[in-house]
Design a protein around this ligand. Structure first.
Ligand SMILES: [Zn+2]
Length: 106
């Protein structure tokens, strides 16, 4: 991902813990205890990979940055590698994964 301070690539460790329960219908999903994440499967087969992929994407930080990012935060400083305009447009960009977070909340 791109560090939101210096815009350089930053490695992000991703781990997700989830408790999926297969449900045959929306109705059956509602009967499940709350600690399960219902996975509604109406066909006989499911593709697990996209399910896992979505869970991992949801676990990504919304604003990734280096733990030890060395960029100068005061833009008046000549040592700063990024100008104010560049940093601004980056932070206004909507996160492409925010729509997934919304879906998860439904
Ligand atoms: Zn950085």
């Amino acid at each position: 991902m791109a560090c939101q301070r210096c815009l350089e690539p930053v490695e992000v460790e991703v781990a997700a813990t989830f408790n999926l329960a297969i449900a045959a219908s929306e109705e059956a999903a509602k009967q499940l205890p709350r600690y399960y994440d219902p996975l509604i499967v109406e066909d006989e087969e499911i593709e697990l990979l996209p399910v896992l992929e979505e869970e991992l994407i949801l676990s990504l930080p919304m604003v990734p940055y280096h733990q030890d990012c060395s960029i100068q935060t005061s833009f008046g400083d000549d040592a700063g590698a990024v100008d104010a305009d560049g940093a601004e447009s980056a932070s206004e960009k909507p996160n492409p994964f925010s729509v997934l977070a919304k879906l998860k909340g439904q």
